[in-house]
Design a binder for this molecule. Structure first.
Ligand code: URA
Length: 435
């Protein structure tokens, strides 16, 4: 078999056989197929698509390209959630403790942020002392004891995705539904959970820019998961404006702490209650999402959800005093408001622009080697649909960059906003639930 023939076959729009897909993935991981041929194949897939059968074979080949986790020593139904990425998405930090407080078992592997999107691991590492490098017996023991652990993906898990994602990032082939579906699902399946909830984000700050493509991605992933024996469901959530108010690592941890005490922004609370109630039904703890939502609210109100976060931070070596007193978190030197230059209803706050600006303020990485300033980011004061007067604060920047640099970034942040003289409705963060 020759790789060039497979590239031409896909370029002409034909279906690849199982043997051909496995030949590509195993050859690529072993280094027998070079990056340039794999990129050409990925570009051909971006243009010509893949059948459902091709996507499931690709997912399976990627899942088994390295080690897979065996969570059978962990008791109960292990439930995982995965977001396809966004700005201000601190859901895992809120949802994990909430679900664990209601008896759910969350053994989660998370990733780092790149570009305009943040990563759960970086947010967790803004808590002094906390380690995400927990593996094997220690991971199992923690989940069995407190029902919750969030760790970093090991190098040996799905090596095919690491190589393919790095290539996609620099060859304009990230936004392909079959490639995103196989990338996400191969990692979720390899991490061993019994049930998977996918949060497919849609809008300016997400890979899927409209509902049709978000629906298609969600249904392809749900079908793959079900076919491979996992209870897989999906939510489509709005990422046209950032989620919640805070964007940036320790700023988001502080918002997550507030949310676990019931004081989070409305959209974040709604996403966590909706996702959490589906996860508890998937775990067979509650029969209906109505009962599950009630239990989640009770565990927020009685402080048990917050207590779970404290237990997780402690188990992973973090300093719990920061969780109990968030004012201890390091503060950026420069805290500067961005004010409105006009009166009107906020029509749009472009999540992508806010995400990129937060990264430039020091809160994110442009390349994987960059270091992050944990205190940097942006906190919104208003959301889409709110009315502002000229001079009102739209958001506040947190940065250690110099004045000239941050003033330029403030100019860019302002372009994220558009205004209307007409009333703009507040829309729901949940667009659709696919079960
Ligand atoms: N998240 C992933 O893990 N992979 C993709 O391809 C896109 C989002």
């Amino acid at each position: 078999m020759r790789m060039v023939d497979l590239i031409i076959k896909k370029r002409e729009g034909f279906e690849l056989s199982e043997e051909e897909i496995r030949f590509w993935i195993s050859g690529y991981v072993k280094g027998e197929i070079p990056d340039y041929q794999s990129s050409a194949m990925q570009m051909a897939i971006l243009f010509k698509g893949m059948t459902k059968n091709e996507v499931s074979v690709l997912t399976d080949a990627m899942e088994h390209s390295g080690e897979t986790l065996d969570l059978s020593n962990i008791k109960g139904v292990k439930v995982d959630k995965h977001s396809t990425g966004g700005v201000g998405d601190k859901t895992t930090l809120v949802l994990g403790p909430m679900v664990a407080a209601c008896g759910g078992v969350v053994a989660k592997l998370s990733g780092r942020g790149l570009g305009h999107t943040g990563g759960t691991l970086d947010k967790l590492e803004s808590i002094p002392g906390l380690s995400i490098a927990i593996e094997g017996k220690r991971f199992e023991e923690q989940v069995n004891r407190i029902g919750l652990a969030v760790a970093g993906q090991t190098k040996s898990l799905v090596p095919a995705d690491k190589k393919m994602y790095a290539l996609r990032d620099v060859t304009g082939t990230v936004e392909s539904i079959p490639l995103i579906a196989a990338s996400v699902m191969s990692k979720k399946l390899a991490s061993g959970s019994d049930a998977i909830l996918l949060d497919v984000t849609v809008g300016d700050g997400a890979f899927m820019k409209n509902m049709d493509s978000a629906r298609e991605l969600a249904s392809v992933m749900v079908e793959i998961g079900k076919k491979l024996g996992r209870d897989t469901r999906a939510i489509i959530s709005d990422m046209s404006e950032p989620l919640g108010l805070a964007v940036g690592n320790n700023l988001e941890v502080k918002e997550a702490i507030a949310a676990l005490k019931g004081n989070g922004p409305e959209d974040l609370m709604e996403l966590c209650y909706t996702a959490g109630s589906i996860m508890l039904v998937q775990s067979n703890i509650y029969k209906t999402t109505v009962e599950a939502r009630k239990a989640l609210k009770e565990n927020v109100d009685n402080g048990k959800a917050f207590e779970k976060l404290c237990l997780m931070v402690e188990a992973q070596g973090g300093d719990v005093s920061y969780i109990k007193d968030p004012s201890k978190f390091e503060m950026a030197k420069n805290i500067v408001p961005v004010v409105s230059k006009e009166d009107g209803y906020i029509k749009d706050i472009k999540a992508l622009t806010i995400g990129v600006s937060s990264m430039k303020l020091g809160g994110g990485r442009e390349t994987l080697e960059d270091t992050i300033d944990m205190s940097a980011g942006i906190v919104l004061a208003k959301k889409v649909g709110d009315f502002v007067k000229k001079g009102d604060v739209l958001c506040t920047i947190y940065t250690n960059k110099d004045e000239k640099t941050y003033n330029e970034i403030i100019g860019e942040i302002y372009t994220a906003y558009s205004f209307s003289t007409e009333k703009v409705p507040h829309t729901s963060v949940i667009k659709e639930v696919i079960e």
